[in-house]
Design a protein. Structure first.
Length: 285
């Protein structure tokens, strides 16, 4: 496999630089979508005077820093969205990448659970270490070692994400038993009409709610099988993605799994699912 050949060669093995250039386009597109969505559902008015977000920022950062954040917030939303779009289009990609990452890092100041931001910064750093980000929407396929190190990092990051996630699920008795997923879908089925912004936040299919949302013993048993399948997939995907013969099936399985994840929390998981499936292009260097 190319990955181990690259490690053995000290990252001097030629790879297809277009793989990372394609990921740059995917990265910019996902971040453009994320940033554009952040303008809606109250995001534009997050730090208006008297808002809870501003009060929390004052408590966390102090009055002076919170005022600076509030003043810079709206311009930063617009600038980072434009930068992410420029990154996707390949216009001054390194400068666009720096501005995009700075705009994403801003969310660390106010989001309660910024895991998606950390993942964004991590994968974005791989792009920053690449030797050839390309320009425009043109993809270069002439073998080169310019992006070998960055491609290896993307493979390692995705592998760590999957295996760490599987390990956490294995350690969770509630998840392995199927009870966590059964309770989540059952609760959602009961209260979904009262949830805010439900069209963009929740997308569990009706067939799943009707057939697996009643919290019966049968439902829990089926969710237990689904939980076992998810753990197995997360353990097997990184290896299957590296093997040319199994890669097409692994890609299909990974995309299907992330599509299912995104039904639970579409807006929250758009970054994680988009970037993770985007890194699949790095596995076939």
């Amino acid at each position: 496999m190319w990955f181990f050949d690259a490690l053995a060669s000290g990252f001097t093995r030629p790879t297809d630089p277009g793989r990372l250039q394609l990921f740059r386009i995917i990265f910019g597109t996902v971040l453009t979508t994320r940033f554009a969505l952040a303008l809606g559902q109250g995001g534009w008015d997050r730090f208006v005077p008297g808002s809870l977000s501003l009060r929390l920022a004052e408590h966390r950062l102090g009055p002076r820093r919170s005022r600076l954040l509030a003043a810079a917030y709206r311009p930063a939303l617009l600038i980072r969205t434009a930068a992410a779009l420029a990154l996707a289009l390949g216009a001054a990609p390194r400068l666009a990448l720096l501005v995009t990452l700075a705009g994403a890092a801003m969310e660390l100041l106010y989001l309660k659970s910024p895991n998606a931001v950390r993942y964004t910064l991590l994968t974005g750093a791989c792009l920053g270490l690449a030797g050839d980000l390309g320009h425009g929407l043109h993809i270069e396929h002439t073998p080169s070692a310019a992006n070998t190190w960055a491609l290896c990092l993307l493979v390692l990051i995705t592998t760590d994400i999957y295996w760490n996630s599987a390990w956490q699920k294995i350690r969770s008795d509630q998840f392995r038993s199927g009870l966590y997923l059964a309770q989540w879908v059952h609760t959602y089925t009961q209260v979904r009409q009262h949830l805010p912004h439900r069209r963009g936040q929740y997308a569990v299919p009706a067939v799943v709610r009707h057939r697996l949302g009643n919290l019966t013993d049968r439902d829990v048993r089926l969710w237990r099988l689904i939980a076992a399948a998810v753990i197995t997939a997360e353990l097997a995907l990184p290896i299957a993605l590296l093997i040319p013969q199994t890669m097409p099936y692994a890609v299909a399985a990974g995309v299907a799994m992330h599509a299912a994840f995104s039904c639970l929390k579409p807006r929250q998981l758009i970054t994680f699912s988009g970037l993770t499936t985007g890194t699949y292009v790095a596995f076939s260097a």
